[in-house]
Ligand binder design. Structure first.
Ligand code: NAP
Length: 262
C-alpha cells in the first residue's frame, strides 16, 4: 500500500481521452486534485464531469501542449485552483502514420512538437511551481515504439518517443536539486477508444503477439504512473518502466509460439 496522494495537485496532459483519461481516473480515485489538459473541449469536459460525478476534484483547461505560453497558463491556473502543483503527467501525444517517402517535413515537425517538445515545455513550465512547493514528481508517457521496437509509418513517432527518454536522463540530473523526480512509463499496446473502430478480429490479432494474451488497460499505465508519483518512489529518478504484458520479450517466433501455447 502506497502512502496516500490525497489532495495532491496533478496535471495530466492529454487527460481527455485514452491513456491520459485512465491516468486522470487512477489519480482522482486516490483523492488527488486533477487538472485535465487537452485542446478539444467536448472530450475534456466529459472526462472531468465523469470523475466529478463520482465526487472527485477534477477540472480541465483547454491547452495546446506545443505552446509554451498556454502551458504556463495551465500551470498558473492549476496553482490557483488547487493551491500549487505536485505532480505533472506529460502524456499528450499523436501517432499519425506515414512512411518516409510520403512523410513531409511538416508531418515530422507536428509529431516531434506534440510528443517531444511538449515534454520539455511542460517540465519547463512546471519547474518553478514545483520548486516553490519544495519538490514534485514528473511522469512522461513514452512508448515501447522507438526506444525498443519499430513499426512501419512511425519513424517520426518512434524518434519522438525515444527522444523523450534522452530528455529524461539529463532532466533528472537538473531537477534533482529541486527535489523533483522525473521518470517515464513505456506502454505497449493499450486499449483506448481510438482502437474501437478496428474490430474484434484485429484486436485479437494484436493480443496474440502479447505473452499475457491481452492488450493493456489504460489503468495499467495509470497504476505505473501512480507508483512514480508516490512518496515511496522518492529515490527513483531518470528511470523507465515497460508496461506491455511481455510484448517485447519473445526473441523469435518460436518463443512467441511457446508463450501462446495453452
Ligand atoms: P489518444 O486516445 O488519442 O489521446 C490523446 C490525448 O492527447 C487526447 O486527450 C488529446 O486531446 C491530447 N492531445 C493531442 N494533441 C494535443 C495537443 N497538441 N495539446 C494538448 N493535448 C493534445 O491517445 P493515447 O493512445 O491515449 O496516447 C496517449 C499517450 O500514450 C501518447 O503520448 C502516446 O504516444 C502514448 N502511447 C499510447 C499507446 C497506446 O497503445 N494507446 C502505446 C504507447 C504509448 P485533443 O486532441 O483534444 O487535444
Amino acid at each position: 500500500m502506497l502512502t496516500s496522494i490525497k489532495d495532491r495537485s496533478v496535471i495530466v496532459t492529454g487527460g481527455s481521452k485514452g491513456i491520459g483519461k485512465g491516468i486522470a481516473r487512477v489519480f482522482a480515485r486516490q483523492g488527488a486534485k486533477v487538472m485535465i489538459a487537452a485542446r478539444g473541449e467536448e472530450a475534456a469536459k466529459a472526462a472531468a464531469e465523469e470523475l466529478k460525478t463520482e465526487g472527485w476534484t477534477v477540472d480541465y483547461r483547454l491547452t495546446d501542449v506545443t505552446d509554451l505560453a498556454a502551458v504556463e497558463a495551465l500551470v498558473a491556473d492549476t496553482e490557483a485552483a488547487f493551491g500549487g502543483l505536485d505532480i505533472l503527467c506529460s502524456n499528450a501525444g499523436i501517432f499519425p502514420q506515414a512512411k518516409i517517402l510520403e512523410m513531409t517535413p511538416e508531418d515530422w515537425d507536428r509529431v516531434l512538437d506534440t510528443n517531444l517538445k511538449s515534454s520539455f515545455l511542460a517540465v519547463k513550465a512546471a519547474l518553478p511551481a514545483m520548486a516553490k512547493k519544495g519538490g514534485g514528481r514528473i511522469v512522461l508517457t513514452s512508448s515501447i515504439t522507438g526506444p525498443i521496437t519499430g513499426f512501419p509509418g512511425w519513424t517520426h513517432y518512434g524518434a519522438s518517443k525515444a527522444g523523450q527518454l534522452g530528455f529524461l536522463k539529463t532532466a533528472a540530473i537538473e531537477l534533482a536539486k529541486y527535489n523533483i523526480t522525473i521518470n517515464a512509463v513505456m506502454p505497449g499496446n493499450i486499449k483506448t477508444e481510438g482502437l474501437d473502430g478496428l474490430g474484434e478480429d484485429y484486436l485479437a490479432t494484436m493480443a496474440a503477439s502479447i505473452p499475457l494474451k491481452r492488450l493493456g488497460d489504460v489503468e495499467d499505465i495509470g497504476n505505473a504512473a501512480l507508483y512514480f508519483a508516490s512518496d515511496e518512489a522518492g529515490y527513483v529518478t531518470g528511470q523507465t518502466i515497460v508496461v506491455d504484458g511481455g510484448q517485447i520479450l519473445p526473441e523469435s517466433l518460436e518463443a512467441l509460439e511457446e508463450a501462446r501455447s495453452p
